[in-house]
Design a protein. Sequence first.
Length: 400
Amino acid sequence: MPANFYNLKPEDILSWPSPNYEHPSEQRTWLPAFAIVWQVVTTILVWARFYLRMTRKAGAWGYDDGLTMFAWVFSIGLTTLACLEGWAFYLDRHTWDVPPFFYWKAAQAGYFAQLAFLWSTFGIKLSVLLFYRRMVKDTVTRAWLITIWIFIGITVGAYIGVFVTYMNICAPLEAYWLAYRFDPVYTTPFSCIQGPSFDLGIAILLGCSDAWSVAIPCLMLRHYQLDVTMKQKIALNMIFCLGFLATGAGIARSYYLWQIAHSPDIFWAGFDLYVWSLVECHLAIICTCLPSLRAFFRYYFGEARRTNNGSTNRSGNRSGNRSGNRSANDSANRDSRRYSKRNTKDSWHTEMTNVRTVKDFPPHSPHSPELHSPPASPFPREKYSPDVVLYPKHSIEDMS
């Protein structure tokens, strides 16, 4: 069998139980739903990061954002192929329960899924390293910046080497999947790279790239006083250490990649390989987006908390002002009443002493007040008289 698949022998096929294409004894149907959930979560976080970049709430655009978009696009391809394998190509069952017609189709989808995984993780690891370079560009020594650039170069070289190997895994390349076509049988001569050495080389290269992508920021935060607070440093360390979960998923993926080359039940091992490939790919993208989401929560939830505190303070100030004003007014009224009672007699005596009567002015003095008779009543005498009471000219009924 070609490349990194197990080389089936006649005795392996004879040891298989009788096939059951309609109702297999064991079946795992949750791969498509599993892949879609991961893709939805990743998409939400990636576009939240892009929104914060566009609105300048989490820094400006950088090359790391473009590489995150690149990785996200290829993650969609990986998710799509995982759903296709689960729904149409019978990856959810043992190899002996799969109709032989679907062998070559599953192998073809698996080949392109490996390429999608390769480019998605390449974009994420390069994005992470460029993010570190941008974060510490003016805060660490030149040696650390050179170290980051060296690892960026190693990552680019390793992934290009793996991609070139995948493109030349078989000669011709179509033999990678058409060798499993039995109707009609593929008769073109071909040659392929041996599976165990190929799988071992990929596992070492990708595992090392996972390790240094996570270890570098933790070492830098440990040995350098960056322009961040202690809380920010703890949060960054927690975010970066989440990358070790992706590294663990990569180790599990490498194990099942090795299983495909050593187990006659290729479809069952391929199911587990898809699961851990999805976990590693999407978890790496999520960890890359977490620093931006920290800015999201700080901006929106911090603003909401400030707004709530401000409204609480304002309502408290208003109620306090109302109660304070009411108390102040009551106090002022009590004081004024006391003052008025205390000074009424004195003020009355003073006012009466200062009153000037007519006798105080000489005759024909320009300051002497004119004496007027009482004003005439504005009402007619026949209606209102001080001596007698006469009936009005109009009755009450007429006036109403």
